[in-house]
Design a protein around this ligand. Sequence first.
Ligand code: GDP
Ligand code: IMO
Ligand code: MG
Length: 456
Amino acid sequence: MTVTIVGSQLGDEGKGGIVDVYGDVVDVVVRYQGGDNAGHTVVYEGDEYKLSLVPSGAVRGKIGILGNGCVVNPKTLFEEIDTLKERGLSPDVRVAERAHAILPYHRVLDGLEEDVKSDDNLAAGTTGRGIGPTYEDKAGRRGIRIGDLLDAEVLRERLEYVVPQKRALVEDVYNLEIGEDVDADAFDIETLFETYRGFGDRIEREGMAVNCGDFLGRRLDAGDEIMFEGAQGTSIDIDHGIYPYVTSSNPTAGGAAVGTGVGPTVIGQGEVVGIVKAYLSRVGTGPLPTELGSVDGQTPADGGRPDESELATYIRDEGGEYGTVTGRPRRVGWLDMPMLRHAARANGFTGLAINHLDVLAGMDEVKVGHSYTLDGDELLTMPPTTEQWGECEAEFRTFDGWPDVEWSDVAETGYDVLPENAKTYLEYISEELATPIYAVGVGPGREETVIVESPF
Ligand code: GDP
Ligand code: IMO
Ligand code: MG
């Protein structure tokens, strides 16, 4: 059977940790979208693994696949695999031949477009990994796929078509000089050819190329347990998220079918587990109706709650909500129920894993954005445009807080011994979404999860 793990909010809900928690019985873990914009954390026996492309099953030694829906930067993939090997893991990663490759010019163009957009407050605050430009080329039918790296003739042909277009974009649209303003190698056919043929060679040598749908179909026929590891989250999905402050792929559960070649009927017979952070965190720009405090450069001028900045700092510090690379503070807010109702519908969740319950412990009260008011009407789910979303006023419900307790003991004993007020909070979420709770995260480690039920 299959289990699909999906972020229900804005990314960083703790998806990697849940893949690891349920990973013992899994045979293959498959990423179906996104690329090295993701950062998935697994903490096991005090060791922390930050995984960007390598599927989180690697910590348990499971086969990992980057499905056709992914965009893969071979350079960062190999660096990550080599680093994990140095740390004693043996990542077995396969890459779909249909997946698209990120090239150096994609990263350059990602940065250039964000700069231009920032003048009009349209920048999404991307991770700068070239994700958007690579998906653009995929949709524009000028992309270069992993399979193309294995064939010198095809690779050269593709580069000869696309690179002059990228050069023209830099020179004639952005009015920049290649070699002066941007790295010349990123726009040089010969250099790109040599580098990417080298990557292709290694992929071939290490037997990493795979026909994803066919491979998974055979594994499912043989009775394997397959886990689909979503990256990002529903509200930054290109179709169902807060466009244009989104990523360029479909983290929602439907993406698992399109992004791997396993049929939706097969995936629908399995389980779809929504990963929920017990509050909100956001890396990037755009509105956020339940935001507490504000973060310079990310919170819109008329957004946030500057009078609650002390509370925001408290949650940010308790939850470690600082960028892993830059150390920049992340935006934080109360849980947003309209966002979760939207996610439950769009993904068809069969179960929930609610993480970071420990982070909210010790507070007198915990609030939840239960609904929105927009033009005098009550809304229980997200409106269709981001502009309307920005106009929404969150209507809060207040819950009594719960004490900080010995969370590892709670995880070991089980759900019943969670503090009563915490259970009231969890059961409210479960009832509003009409979805059972499968797990509750009470700390970052594998052993710090209260398991109620396994989706397998
Ligand atoms: P992902 O992108 O969804 O996989 O999530 P990230 O790894 O980017 O961010 C989640 C962060 O919270 C990581 O540092 C995790 O180790 C940590 N984490 C996950 N679950 C919990 C939890 O229940 N409690 C606490 N305190 N931290 C958690
Ligand atoms: P994981 O898988 C949180 C955000 C970026 C930006 C927008 C577009 O760890 O949950 P992109 O580089 O994808 O074009 O950026 O999406 N973003 C994420 N935010 N978690 C992530 O991944 C993210 N991946 C992208 O901050 O606003
Ligand atoms: Mg993350």
